[in-house]
Design a protein around this ligand. Structure first.
Ligand code: B1M
Length: 213
């Protein structure tokens, strides 16, 4: 019998091989991919998110849990596509122009993916035009910008301005975060959502997509 609790526990410990074996076992038993994803994988990643927020686990643990999640999810992907299971929503995520820090951004991506959000990761050193072009191309209504430098966070304002100039302000929500970024800064540049950490960013993005569904 498929043991989702065991799978969730293995994921939290980053035991990728165990996760893959348990996911395969559940597939072989004929359990649908969405149930395996939600109950075996996303449940574990949610717990990691909460623990990370509470400083009960740290970056390395999150990275290995995410690796286990990705390996388990890779088995499910073709089945989910066959079943026509759609992602909850699509977000464009990148680190702003001039900024090469990507550890925090990658954590945000992992946590968002753990919530069933499709994340188009546009990398680091991302010019405002690139976020906007990608949002148009992918028909995504959430742009997420990360910055780690006080000298580059100012690029976030250019993303907001670019979205206004393109006439997309009513259709696109802009989320920002990163160590030097604050709620005050978010308000001052007219961005929509500030998140202090990756787990909160994923929760807020998930709520956003639930509300706009
Ligand atoms: Co740089 N660096 N770095 N660095 N670096 C900092 C940020 C710095 C604070 C170090 C210091 O001086 N004490 C400082 C910035 C000072 C400032 O502007 N106030 C600094 C500097 C100055 C620089 C250089 C300019 C150094 C130089 O060359 N003179 C240079 C800049 C390069 C560039 O980007 N153009 C530079 C380079 C580098 C490395 C390449 C060596 C490396 C980056 C490697 C990489 O990312 N692949 C690096 C690192 C590792 C750091 C520190 C040590 C760690 C950053 C990190 O990854 N933290 C950092 C000092 C520190 O923080 N102790 C430092 C862990 C990560 C999980 O946290 O990214 O904050 P963080 O993400 C958090 C939240 O902020 C949030 O979620 C995450 C966790 O929950 N979050 C979001 C992040 N993005 C979000 C987006 C959201 C929501 C939440 O919504 C969209």
């Amino acid at each position: 019998m498929a043991d989702f609790e065991k799978c969730s526990q293995a994921l939290q410990k980053g035991q990728a091989k165990e996760v893959v074996a348990l996911v395969q076992e559940a597939i072989d038993e004929g359990i649908d991919a969405k149930t395996i994803l939600e109950e075996g994988l996303m449940s574990g990643m949610s717990i990691i998110g909460v623990k990370f927020k509470n400083n009960e686990v740290f970056v390395p643990e999150v990275l290995i849990a995410a690796r286990a999640m990705n390996m388990g999810a890779a088995l499910l992907k073709p089945l989910l596509m066959e079943a026509g299971v759609k992602a909850k929503g699509k977000a464009i995520l990148g680190t702003v122009k001039g900024d090469l820090h990507d550890i925090g951004k990658n954590l945000v991506r992992m946590m968002m993916e753990g919530k069933g959000i499709e994340v188009i990761d546009v990398g680091t050193d991302v010019a405002p035009e690139k976020y906007i072009a990608k949002a148009k191309e992918e028909n995504a209504n959430l742009i997420c910008c990360s910055a780690l430098l006080t000298t580059t966070m100012t690029q976030m304002e250019n993303v907001v301005k670019g979205v206004i100039d393109e006439g997309m302000r009513d259709d696109v929500t802009i989320m920002i975060g990163g160590a030097p970024v604050t709620q005050n800064y978010c308000d001052s540049i007219g961005a929509d959502i500030y998140s202090s950490d990756a787990a909160t960013a994923a929760e807020v993005a998930s709520d956003f997509f639930d509300k706009s569904a």
